[in-house]
Design a protein around this ligand. Structure first.
Ligand SMILES: NC(=O)c1ccc[n+]([C@@H]2O[C@H](COP(=O)([O-])OP(=O)(O)OC[C@H]3O[C@@H](n4cnc5c(N)ncnc54)[C@H](O)[C@@H]3O)[C@@H](O)[C@H]2O)c1
Length: 267
């Protein structure tokens, strides 16, 4: 993917949670290529170090912070460190996630609580910690990473419920703090081929081939599809967008691709 970077991104600070691998790593790589100052907040020390090394090698301005985003005190002190190093923070991407594919009957309370903690409470903590600074500066773009699972039932029950709440959190932030110059949008990806799928691939190496028939564009997503949208939402190109669900899903939510030929009788 060749990115087109908006010039105003250069010099802005972006905080990306869960940037140690997958979509978050690609977001961090793209943001650094756009000459943004990048702070990655990540639980997994090794993946964090690898990502920082990868981006630093290309001359990117990146700093990694190992942190459990479910730990309130750690979130507060980490944002204080980031602010001390970079000055103001213009962009926050709540990207870290916990995913468990169980159906409701098989979901333990521990898994349910862990899902809500990583996917909902952590974004709340990050937003609550960062907002006062953004309000003071009269400027900020917060991007919450949601999912198509929040819009239709596609399994992963606890995960879907937690992400649907994130979509609501976006609207709250957008409406309440829009007058202060803070924008907040939900990015809504469809299936994206990342490490998060490895266990599923191990059980069925053809999983993406099977899934792609549901996608009108006939492929699953790449991390760069999502990173490009993040940089758009971070930039002034989206200056009049807030509270939206910005769908990047290869057309999945537009309709049931395998179904309409059956209905029409054109199968
Ligand atoms: N991959 C997909 O098919 C897909 C589809 C729709 C939405 N999404 C969303 O995109 C985002 C990225 O997905 P991905 O596939 O790259 O996931 P991933 O599992 O590869 O990456 C998530 C990262 O979050 C980190 N993390 C988890 N808990 C943490 C914690 N407590 N503190 C700090 N970091 C923590 C993990 O260590 C990991 O590096 C997620 O929000 C996910 O819900 C992904």
């Amino acid at each position: 993917m060749t990115y087109q970077f908006a010039a105003e991104l250069a010099g802005r600070t972006i905080v990306i949670t869960g940037g140690g691998r997958g979509i978050g790593r690609e977001m961090a790589t793209a943001a650094a290529a756009a000459k943004m100052k990048v702070a990655i907040l990540e639980l997994d020390q090794k993946n964090l170090d690898d990502t920082v090394a990868l981006i630093s090698k290309t001359g990117g301005d990146v700093t990694g912070y190992q942190v459990d985003l479910c730990d309130e005190a750690a979130v507060i002190s980490t944002f204080a460190e980031v602010t001390k190093k970079f000055g103001k923070i213009e962009v926050l991407v709540n990207n870290a996630m916990f995913h468990d594919p169980s159906d409701l009957l098989d979901t333990s309370l521990d898994i349910w609580n862990q899902t809500l903690k990583v996917n909902l409470t952590a974004p709340f903590l990050c937003i609550r910690t960062l907002l006062p600074g953004m309000i003071k500066n009269g400027f900020g773009s917060i991007i919450n990473v949601g999912t198509v699972n929040s819009k239709m039932m596609i399994g992963s029950d606890a995960y879907s419920a937690s992400k649907a709440a994130v979509h609501a959190l976006t609207r709250t932030v957008a409406v309440r703090y829009g007058p202060d110059g803070v924008r907040c949008n939900t990015l809504v990806p469809g299936t994206v081929a990342t490490d998060a799928w490895q266990e599923r691939i191990d059980r069925n190496p053809q999983i993406f081939e099977k899934l792609k028939t549901w996608y009108p564009l006939r492929r699953v997503g790449k991390p760069s599809d999502i990173a490009a949208a993040v940089l758009f939402l971070a930039s002034d190109q989206s200056a009049w967008m807030t509270g939206t669900e910005f769908v990047v899903d290869g057309g999945l939510l537009a309709g049931y691709s395998p179904m309409y030929p059956l209905v029409e009788g054109s199968d």
